[in-house]
Write a protein that binds this ligand. Sequence first.
Ligand code: KG4
Ligand code: ZN
Length: 339
Amino acid sequence: MSNFILGIESSCDDTSAAVLKGTEILSNVIANQHIHAEYGGVVPELASRAHQQNIIPVIDSALKRANITKDQLSAIAYTNGPGLLGSLLIGSSFAKAMAWSLDIPLIEVDHLQSHVLAIFADKPGVTKDKPRFPFLSLTVSGGHTRLLRVTDYFEMELLGGTIDDAAGETFDKAAKIMGLPYPGGPVIDKLAKEGNPARFKFSIANLPGLQYSFSGLKTSFLYFVRDQLKENPNFIQENLADLAASMQSAIITSLTKKMELAIQQYDCKDIVLAGGVSANSGLRTAMQTLADQYHRHLHLPSLDLTTDNAAMIAIFGYYKFINSEFSSINSAPYSSAKL
Ligand code: KG4
Ligand code: ZN
């Protein structure tokens, strides 16, 4: 008999619901909250309110697009953390009430592990190679930068991470400095395609081991732009593409450097990129070059599975479901990463 898992994601500023049949995505509906753009970042209270407004229509639409009714669902998986507590509470309360009323299992999942497992979700009619365990994963999102060794669906060893800002946050802050809208990553990615990445040099941290640091890079970018503006008030507008390309290149160099070290240290044949920043075209190309150089197999999630979405929640839910790992209705959301 087929399993239909409903996934619910509400950890930050996207309300999303997805239905999977086994590992196949039948629907993956995402309501983005554009309201945060005018504030240059996510406003937690506004995010919770928007989740409240979006959650019923989003779930309704995910069920309709999957062409099933709620009574056909086998289980409900939801993000229990990490994330904004007010936002998590909307998704988790809804998931609990819905699973309770349908008398089906409730499955809590971790948002960060779900980003990694997104690579295992199938698009209808598309066959692709799946990563082989153990593999290396770089999860790069708005709030996290984590290098992991993944030994199975449930076991992930943290090899290194950022000691300050995350890679996505660095893109977003650089965009803000240039007066570009939030989220900055996609905007910088687009502008960088027209710019010269070697035009400006920004300082890249060189921490020992597999640790990352982006705060020095962010400050170096801020001071450089501020000094140039004193000489020429139009500096940003006149050099926008080169600034974007040079900053993007510095972030990518930092990310690939540590991945190269991890490749040398750990005997893993496969590499998986995950998280919103893994949508970055420059990062995807640079990681492919690195993987080819070391004869590793790079697995890139499709673009709609890089940023926050509920299909990644549902695929983790599916693996927990077949393992009979269910959650209690008393489980409380958490704000910080567990690993
Ligand atoms: O994974 P995600 O949707 O949310 C978190 O869990 O944080 O990641 C959002 C982050 C934002 O910082 C956004 O600027 C960045 O991913 N991002 C990108 C691109 N698309 C999204 N960064 C660089 N290039 C992109 N194309
Ligand atoms: Zn995320």
